[in-house]
Design a protein around this ligand. Structure first.
Ligand code: TYD
Ligand code: MG
Length: 453
């Protein structure tokens, strides 16, 4: 019986039985193409020849110590990995082209190799000589890293089998191809098959693999999302092109906390680690001005302070603009609606712009109150005191909900010279960490107290 064709989306990996112009899974256009998967030979539906044995969970020996992690001695990277590299783990590092993935991983490869972990860096995009040139520029030419330039996955697996490294970096998964898969490198089937081969190889041979994946919207090349579920850890390297800051974020981690971030700065000599991101994100802040508010946030396990900037101006258009950089547009619409419905402060006829300074992206709901404060401060043209931080979640009723890890937020703020905080009342009683606390239970109270409206 002929196999009916199947189709999959190169952005999100969803499968379909027929082609369409738009993916129902992720809403992207022109990303669906025919899936020429692995051939299905005779006996495809018969049982396997070997019988496995089950082990009772309680029979697993617990006294065996977990295998030690290897630290790269790059604290920002080690933290995102959950305290170093776990042996035989598979890691995906995704990011826009040109954001600095190859630079980061070459630096990491050098560090791991110097820590005694045998490391191979396989480049499918650059010749070994080019990688060496880059390493020279980064001052890593003497690091004991092995380089290979290949795109044929079978050859790469043979090399890895023979060399038996502790860590293999594959840059990038989209350039790899398997001869058993009948489609172009970068297609969904190739990327999925190559990632599958590499991750199973990692588990079988005890080699950690790092797969580099470009995030792309064109649909020509499969996005890293099609391999996310196959790996143990998914890291995204993000940042704005115009800014020198780069953030490595753990979006999935079987061996550590998710949402942990590492902060780097792109310099002429590669990526430099930023050990105190709050100081950096606030370094561009000038004199207190209307619309500017400092949010005391938490990223993963670490407090990070950053500046929110809002601009509110009468609109010349019939539809006022709502523009957000670094935060969620839907959440901004919600805050505007709550301000209007619960506090009677309309934003109709006003353009609203919101920006998180420094190219940082925030996803915490605890930023709600800081956003509301920035919007009100811009609208009323009145600046908040320069030494105040703000945090707290706003509910649709206009009530303020306490944010997690309050003490950490306050401690960080105090360390950076802030004297007071505006935060929600209630929740776990928290110590003031030596700061003046201005605790509020609802948004109306906040508006009245802070802006006298
Ligand atoms: P790269 O690591 O090649 O990005 P990716 O692998 O994610 O595509 O980084 C490319 C950019 O980084 C390029 O625009 C130049 C910049 N860069 C520096 O600013 N300093 C450096 O030392 C290096 C190596 C790159
Ligand atoms: Mg690259």
């Amino acid at each position: 019986m002929a196999k009916s064709p199947s189709y999959s989306c190169s952005a999100c990996g969803s499968s379909f039985t027929k082609w369409s112009g738009r993916c129902d899974g992720c809403g992207e256009w022109n990303t669906i193409s025919e899936d020429t998967g692995l051939s299905v030979g005779p006996g495809a539906n018969s049982l396997g020849s070997k019988r496995g044995t089950g082990i009772a969970l309680s029979d697993l020996r617990t006294e065996e110590a977990p295998p030690p992690r290897t630290a790269a001695k790059m604290p920002e990277l080690d933290r995102v990995l959950g305290g170093g590299l776990v042996p035989a783990s598979a890691i995906l590092v995704g990011g826009d082209p040109g954001i600095g993935k190859s630079t980061l991983l070459l630096q990491a490869a050098a560090q791991f190799a110097r820590s005694g972990l045998k490391t191979i860096y396989v480049s499918g995009e650059e010749a070994s000589a080019q990688v060496r040139m880059r390493a020279q520029r980064l001052g890593l030419a003497d690091a004991p890293v092995q380089l290979a330039a290949d795109t044929n996955l079978r050859n790469i697996l043979t090399t890895l089998e023979a060399e038996a490294p502790g860590l293999a970096i594959i840059d990038s998964i989209q350039t790899m191809w398997l001869d058993t898969v009948d489609s172009a490198p970068g297609s969904v089937s190739q990327v999925r098959a190559a990632a599958h081969e590499l991750t199973t190889f990692a588990k079988r041979k005890g080699v950690s693999v790092v797969l580099v994946g470009h995030v792309t919207k064109e649909g020509q090349i499969a996005g890293p999302r099609v391999v996310e579920h196959m790996v143990d850890t998914v890291l995204y390297f993000e940042g704005e092109r115009g800014h020198q800051f780069r953030i490595l974020r753990a979006v999935k981690n079987r061996f550590g906390p998710a949402e942990e971030i590492g902060v780097f700065e792109m310099t002429g000599a590669g990526l430099a680690e930023v050990t105190n991101p709050s100081a950096l994100f606030l370094s561009e802040r000038g004199t207190p001005s209307p619309g500017s508010v400092v949010f005391a946030g938490i990223e993963g396990t670490r407090p990070v302070l950053c500046e929110l900037q809002a601009l509110v101006a009468p609109t010349p258009h019939s539809q006022p603009r709502r523009t957000v950089v670094g935060w969620d547009g839907g959440r901004l619409a919600m805050i505007l609606a709550v301000l209007e419905a619960r506090c009677g402060i309309p934003f109709a006829g006003l353009d609203v712009y919101l920006n998180v300074a420094g190219g940082m992206k925030i996803s915490e709901p605890a930023a709600d109150l800081a956003v509301a404060a920035a919007l009100l401060s811009a609208r009323e043209d009145s600046a908040l005191p320069a030494d105040t931080v703000v945090f707290g979640e706003i509910s649709l009723s206009g009530a303020l909900r306490p944010a997690p890890q309050t003490e950490n937020r306050l401690k960080e703020a105090q360390k950076l010279g802030f004297a007071s905080a505006i935060a929600p009342k209630g929740g776990k009683a928290y110590g003031s960490q030596g700061m003046t606390l201005n605790l509020m239970s609802d948004l109306t109270g906040f508006v009245g107290e802070v802006f006298g409206a």
